[in-house]
Design a protein around this ligand. Structure first.
Ligand code: PEP
Length: 250
């Protein structure tokens, strides 16, 4: 099974609209040079519309950093899947560890967000990952499995193809500490086994599982060489055109 590598940049709360447009143009050029890879960016919501205009017609994919479950309504501060699609987004990140740990989002809410995205044709990237305490207690597999099962609860198995999972150990995000390629592969293989139980084996074999946590140009190749690592979700290193290009071209 060949899965097209997906290199995804999460810009978090960085970049004004003008800065975002300039960076997105540079990333789009790189994406156009690599038809063998998919490249995605999740700019801040305030920059989505001008970025979409600037990269229209390129291979660069746009995503929301989060997504609400309703189309519209009294949900102050939220962005609906309809609005993301209207801004040119094809994907949405859900369950990022910053949403879970800073903003208190739980698995039930993340599941609603994921289904809201899918119902509106957005491909969700479900983020899962253990804390350092959970890893040291030997609970990584159990924690990650529970997050995958809860995050994907009630997803129609046939729609399973239309999603991406990102394994992002909390202790590796923004810390400069990367999981070893062996640790990443072990977690990814476990996630794929869980997906095979939830959906069918051939569907699980199609789902891309990204690694995230201090991915840099210097460590991307070794991580991507692992059998079940199908791309990267990149924070810090996606904020600079050159370093993100180094990961796109791992
Ligand atoms: C992330 O935010 O998803 C992430 C992996 O961040 P960083 O690459 O900065 O560790």
């Amino acid at each position: 099974m060949t899965r097209t590598p997906l290199i995804a940049g999460n810009w978090k709360m960085h970049k004004t609209a003008a800065e975002a447009v300039a960076l997105a143009r540079a990333v789009a050029e790189e994406a156009n040079r690599r038809p063998d890879r998919e490249v995605m960016i999740a700019p801040p919501a305030t920059a989505l519309f001008p970025v979409a205009e600037a990269v229209r017609g390129t291979r660069l994919i746009l995503a929301g950093q989060n997504v609400a479950w309703e189309e519209k309504g009294a949900f102050t501060g939220e962005i609906s899947p309809l609005m993301l699609a209207d801004c040119g987004c094809a994907m949405a990140i859900v369950g990022h560890s910053e949403r879970r740990h800073i903003f208190g989002e739980d698995d039930a809410m993340i599941n609603r967000r994921l289904k809201g995205a899918m119902n509106h044709g957005l491909v969700p990237i479900l983020c899962v990952g253990e804390t350092i305490e959970e890893r040291e207690d030997g609970r990584t597999a159990e924690v990650v499995e529970a997050q995958v099962r809860a995050g994907l609860a009630d997803v129609n198995p046939e729609s399973g193809r239309e999603l991406v999972v990102a394994y992002e150990p909390v202790w590796a995000i923004g810390t400069g500490r990367t999981a070893t390629s062996g640790q990443a592969q072990e977690a990814h293989a476990h996630i794929r086994a869980v997906l095979a139980q939830m959906f069918e084996k051939d569907i699980a074999a199609e789902i891309r599982i990204l690694y995230g946590g201090s991915v840099k140009p210097g460590n991307a190749a070794e991580l991507m060489a692992q059998a079940d690592v199908d791309g990267a979700l990149v924070g810090g290193a996606s904020l600079d055109a050159q370093s993100f290009a180094g990961i796109i071209n791992f």
